[in-house]
Design a protein around this ligand. Sequence first.
Ligand code: 1GP
Length: 243
Amino acid sequence: MILNDVLKKIKAKRKIFAVLIDPDKFPEQNLLKIITAMEAASPDIILVGGSLVTKKTETTVEILKKHLHIPVLLFPGSLLQLTPNADGILFISLISGRNPELLIGNHVASAPVIKSSGMEVIPTGYILIEGGTTTSVEYMSQTQPIPASKTDIAVATAIAGELLGQKLIYLEGGSGALNPVPRDMITAVKQNISIPLIVGGGLNTKEKVKDACEAGADIIVVGNAFEKDLSLLKEFKEVVSSF
Ligand code: 1GP
């Protein structure tokens, strides 16, 4: 089970490195290139998804699974990205927002299909933080991010997520965020929950990845940076593994 492995690694004081593949940003040629980079760097998890995906997610998952032995988790921006060939799914509730479709509506619509697929389902409380620019996820979700200075609201939201039964909390700056989630916010959220903390959005340098790890992230997610420079993949993995 993917979540069990995550919990074991965190218990052993290890951090987890996840690569986000947006099917639109990695058409087949580019996908094969990042697969080669992942063969060398061995990330712990691959997430597949995006705020707006026009390509077939199923094909991307199929190619990833054909070449790599790394768990592939769906990170769906919409119901159109559901595909049964992934190993699991982050079953996301956008708990910083007040869009009922992203809190329960899409879950009801997709639950029977997800259940019958047999894939591992990981309930995840997703908290969007203002990242210095309007990100695709903010626009597409039609939700308002928590201001980066409002640590208390982020903490209260994360606690609520855990109390509601989420298994992971995802602190998200949004893909391509100018500013990643602030260090003090990561630390405060981590201190107030007992479930693993994912941090992503705008982590495009080794320093930012290190900062997020030091601040308390258990799982680091990077996507955008690798669309520009695949050599970063190995470097970031080394940073995360050094903790
Ligand atoms: C987005 O947190 C992920 O959902 C990754 O963000 O693409 O900015 O690395 P980046």
